[in-house]
Design a protein around this ligand. Structure first.
Ligand SMILES: Cc1ncc(COP(=O)(O)O)c(C=O)c1O
Length: 420
């Protein structure tokens, strides 16, 4: 099996700890009132080695003997998040009216400002949604376009990044051009060149994933800068990106960004958000409001919300902020590098994740193995080594996707490599 690289991150742990001071204070309030009944505080890890992640791993309640390596489909929330959801439901069951008001206050005063603070946005640029698909639909359906205007997307979009545009094409005559992007990516400039050379005088926006379902990492900052220079808008699908590495939406420079919080951020299933940059707001029109204004743009889907889930986003943020996002990224890279090194030594395996960190996200690794059908292989891994992975039969591949997060370890990866 490959050598385990040693990464000393004491400096970055300390930085992350200091950086999270504001949110720490916010979650102390949450914890006192409702969310953190009796859970342990997380100690930031000193390195990426398994031994320094034991305390964090102990916060996950996966069935003994099981291994979960399918985080790109659905994240596995740690115990504080599970308890926060439970506490939230208890509060609306014990005293529905006050429980609801308390949870609404947590969401408004703590969760949304916490998300804004953590991910480099302003609170009024964030609207909570149930998932990335809902956010992607609002994002695409709200963007002002007239018949004949064009939007550039890629061949690697998730259906939720494709369908709302197809709807607009059918109903409104908007032109949708899909640019072919090869898998694996060759380099950042290839992605940039392919998208840039597809632009025409009709193009009004570009829309693509920050990280694709296969774990390919797009150069969002460069794409947004290129689009801005040409007076175009950049609408991003961040479902697979948020939570794998530090993310600052203002610095990224895009106009809209849609996310799931139930994947890499480890928040409860059924949580996400849509970011619309304040300066770009006038270009979007609410699909819900008859009279939206700049101050009340009306992007929030109407109706009763899943308050306990949304309030529990605070517990996930607190958990991850205590660890520190640089530490999360380095740990994820450590595990996927370990996996990739092992895969390279197995006959008949073709690694399909890009060759370096600028084009490959930290958490998801895809590969094919000669003679192995990915769809058939998934239940075999569960049966033989009690390990959950996923298939990736898209982008022309018959691939297996292994998505590892901070809670995995090298022994689990060794088991997977051995059976391969
Ligand atoms: C790239 C990408 N976009 C969007 C989605 C949809 O996310 P959600 O299930 O949160 O709607 C996914 C889900 O796997 C995804 O991988």
């Amino acid at each position: 099996m490959p050598n385990k690289p040693s990464v000393n991150q004491i400096g970055s742990s300390r930085r992350s700890f200091i950086r999270t001071g504001i949110l720490g204070a916010a979650s102390a309030w949450i914890s006192k009132d409702i969310l953190f009944a009796g859970t342990n505080r997380v100690v930031p890890p000193l390195s990426s080695l398994d031994q320094d992640w034991k305390q964090i791993r102990s916060q996950f309640i996966l069935k003994k003997g099981m291994t979960y390596m399918n985080n790109a489909s659905l994240g596995m929330p740690p115990l504080p998040v599970v308890k926060a959801v439970q506490n939230g439901y208890e509060s609306i069951s014990n005293e529905p009216l006050h429980g609801k008001h308390d949870l609404q206050a947590i969401i408004k005063d703590k969760v949304i400002p916490g998300l804004a603070d953590t991910f480099g946005a302003d609170s009024d640029e964030i609207v909570l949604t149930r998932n990335a698909s809902e956010a992607l639909h609002i994002q695409a359906l709200s963007f002002n376009l007239k018949r004949g205007d064009e939007v550039i997307i890629t061949t690697q979009e998730h259906p939720a990044g494709l369908k709302p545009w197809m709807l607009r094409k059918k109903k409104e005559g908007v032109r949708v051009k899909q640019v072919f992007i090869p898998s694996p990516l060759t380099d950042q400039s290839d992605v940039l060149n392919r998208i840039e050379s597809a632009l025409t005088r009709r193009t009004k926006a570009i829309s693509f994933c920050h990280v694709t379902r296969g774990g390919h990492l797009y150069p969002v900052k460069a794409l947004a800068a290129m689009a801005k220079e040409k007076g175009l808008f950049t609408l991003v699908d961040g479902a697979q990106a948020i939570g794998q590495f530090p993310l600052n939406l203002h610095e990224l420079g895009c106009d809209a960004y849609a996310v799931s919080l139930h994947k890499w951020v480890l928040a409860p299933a059924g949580t996400g958000f849509l970011y619309i940059r304040k300066g770009a707001r006038d270009r979007f029109r609410s699909p819900f409001e008859t009279n939206p204004t700049t101050d009340a743009p009306g992007f929030d889907p109407p109706g009763t919300k899943d308050f306990p889930l949304r309030a529990a986003i605070g517990a996930a943020l607190d958990f991850m902020n205590q660890i520190g996002w640089e530490n999360v990224e380095t740990r994820c890279r450590y595990l996927s590098d370990y996996l990739k090194d092992g895969l390279k030594q197995i006959d008949g395996v073709t690694l399909l994740s890009g060759g370096n960190d600028t084009i490959s996200a930290p958490g998801s690794t895809i590969f094919e193995k000669e003679g192995l059908d990915a769809l058939e292989a998934v239940p075999i891994f569960e049966d033989k080594i009690k390990t959950h992975i996923d298939e990736h039969q898209r982008d022309g591949h018959n691939a297996i996707r292994v998505s590892t997060h901070i809670y995995n370890n090298t022994a689990e990866i060794d088991r997977l490599l051995n059976i391969l």
